[in-house]
Design a protein around this ligand. Structure first.
Ligand code: PGA
Length: 241
């Protein structure tokens, strides 16, 4: 595990974007595993900025996103498909046929999860997976207690996650109750994993996940076992380690 200390959110975003950009430069046809949430937004902004300056070319990059709400169509502004287009894909020269997310409108969970695992396999696996971390240690929608050996699967969101995500919806009743997510096994198979963490409210889970025991009760703790795991955190998020 490598820990990179950043001064603040902006610095964290630039350092994370640097790692992604190195990946794209070293392997222009790489497979990037991408994440939604508030934390990666600054990283995406930085990548767009470098693209606009002519420093980055996404034309051969393939993306596979971590997760999607079950039941939300793409055009719903709260879908992760929409989020990714709004925050990154619509602003760079990515080939739209190389963008992959679980399809929230396929309500046949077994079929959709199998399809998505096959997508990941068929593109040759993930070169670099970007992650945020939830207050309960979740990665993707792998909540505490998730078996480490799962591929893509359908999950019931915990009350904690529903509460954390309600800020994006009109009311808590509008937050979907289920999602499709890559499993821990899928994430651990990525060749490189980059986790971004920012803010005081992440300090205790960062300590627990990366300096505590490896346990399914803290899903992110498994990353301690990954051979190429990089944590980029700002001063506040790393303040307890
Ligand atoms: P956040 O979400 O980046 O919005 O804090 C992280 C997560 O829940 O994975």
């Amino acid at each position: 595990m490598k820990i990179i200390r950043a001064k603040d959110y902006k610095d964290m975003s630039r350092k994370a974007a640097n790692i992604i950009s190195a990946q794209v430069i070293m392997k222009p046809n790489c497979v990037l595993g991408l994440a939604t949430g508030g934390t990666p937004v600054g990283t995406y902004k930085q990548l767009i900025d470098w693209y606009n300056k002519g420093d980055l070319d996404f034309s051969e990059v393939t993306t596979v996103n971590l997760d999607e709400y079950r039941g939300l169509p793409r055009e719903n502004p709260q879908s992760y498909w929409y989020f990714m287009h709004d925050n990154l894909f619509n602003h760079v020269n990515i080939d739209h046929s190389r963008i992959n997310l679980p399809d929230g409108t396929n309500l046949d969970a077994a079929a959709e999860c199998a399809r998505y695992d096959e997508v990941i396999r068929s593109v040759g696996g993930i070169d670099l997976q970007l992650l945020g971390i939830g207050h309960d240690g979740h990665i993707g929608f792998n909540e505490p207690g998730s078996a480490f050996e799962l591929g893509t699967h359908c999950v019931d969101l915990t009350q904690d996650t529903i509460e954390a995500n309600k800020r994006f919806f009109e009311s808590i009743d509008d937050v979907p109750r289920q999602a499709y997510t890559m499993g821990i096994k899928t994430i651990m198979q990525a060749r490189k994993v980059l986790l971004v963490a920012s803010g005081k409210d992440k300090a205790s889970i960062v300590k627990k996940a990366f300096f505590g025991p490896v346990t399914p009760e803290v899903p992110a703790s498994i990353l301690q076992m990954h051979p190429d795991f990089i944590l980029v955190g700002d001063e506040e998020a790393l303040s307890e380690i």
